[in-house]
Design a protein around this ligand. Structure first.
Ligand SMILES: Nc1ncnc2c1ncn2[C@@H]1O[C@H](COP(=O)(O)OP(=O)(O)OP(=O)(O)O)[C@@H](O)[C@H]1O
Length: 250
């Protein structure tokens, strides 16, 4: 049997004294691609944030690679990209520099990059379809492209588990297809992916299992129904407008 990578049991989270996650059980095993679905505010982001240790549970347990979160130390095995993150933040770094930062845990500060590091960085940039922009300042990219830079940075670290919160938000169809191909390569090497999606899009054939949240509870866990969103109700895209409408590849 494949070993558990993420093991969540009876997880409860309260934010502002309001229950946001109300008893979540979720298990993701090695090599699986699992997607979290659900309407806005159902608790998807809060769940992934709790899994990577950014939100404190009110009750329940989270284990990563078999270790309880409190004693988990192998953060190098985890790549996490938050929702609507920005890679720019006023720093005039190039795409290549930001992605190379993802290799620091491998090579150590101030040590010259080895060939393996450079290859991993090139590969990660290619993975997200930004090779043509590798030398450009991140600040000149669109929101969607900046999100890709952060995904590439996480991928460059060659994590065993990649946790992505809405990697396709505001990204055009062609780029979503490129991303799906890249993710296929990533999982072909036996790695694990947990991702929040609003719509399955081109990722659908890659996904082993869908977990649908509603008001902080799991209402479906299993193969994806068709169409995938039929269980999630109407989706409000209020927060994704204007983001990279022009497309990643220009
Ligand atoms: N920092 C916070 N403080 C208080 N409440 C919060 C906080 N973050 C999220 N919430 C609330 O928790 C609930 C779940 O939010 P969460 O972001 O996890 O949902 P989501 O399913 O990821 O939504 P979306 O699809 O819009 O990203 C929402 O009602 C939200 O308003």
């Amino acid at each position: 049997m494949r070993s558990p990578v993420v093991d969540v049991r009876g997880l409860r989270v309260e934010l502002d004294e309001r229950p946001v996650l109300r008893g979540i059980d979720l298990r993701v095993v090695e090599g699986e691609v699992v997607t979290l679905l659900g309407a806005n505010g159902s608790g998807k982001s809060t769940l992934v944030r709790a899994i990577v240790g950014l939100v404190k549970p009110a009750a329940g347990e989270v284990a990563l690679f078999g270790a309880p979160l409190a004693s988990f130390r192998a953060w190098r095995r985890i790549g996490y990209v938050p929702q609507r993150a920005t890679a720019a933040a006023g720093v005039p770094a190039t795409v290549r520099e930001v992605v190379a930062a993802g290799r620091l845990a491998h090579r150590g500060l101030f040590r010259p990059a080895r060939r393996a590091d450079r290859d991993a960085v090139d590969h990660a940039i290619e993975l997200v379809g930004l090779s043509d922009h590798a030398g450009h300042s991140v600040a000149t990219l669109s929101g969607g492209q900046q999100q890709r830079v952060l995904i590439a940075r996480a991928a460059a670290a060659e994590p065993d588990l990649l946790v992505l919160d809405e990697p396709n938000a505001g990204v055009d169809q062609r780029s979503q297809e490129a991303f799906a191909r890249a993710l296929r390569t990533f999982v072909a090497s036996g790695r694990t992916v947990l991702l929040v999606l609003h719509e399955m899009g081109p990722l659908a054939p890659l996904v082993d299992r869908g977990v649908v949240l509603d008001s902080g509870q799991v209402v479906h866990d299993g193969p994806l129904p068709a169409p995938a969103m039929s269980l999630t109700g109407p989706v409000d895209h209020h927060d994704h407008h204007g983001d990279d409408e022009a497309g990643l590849f220009g």
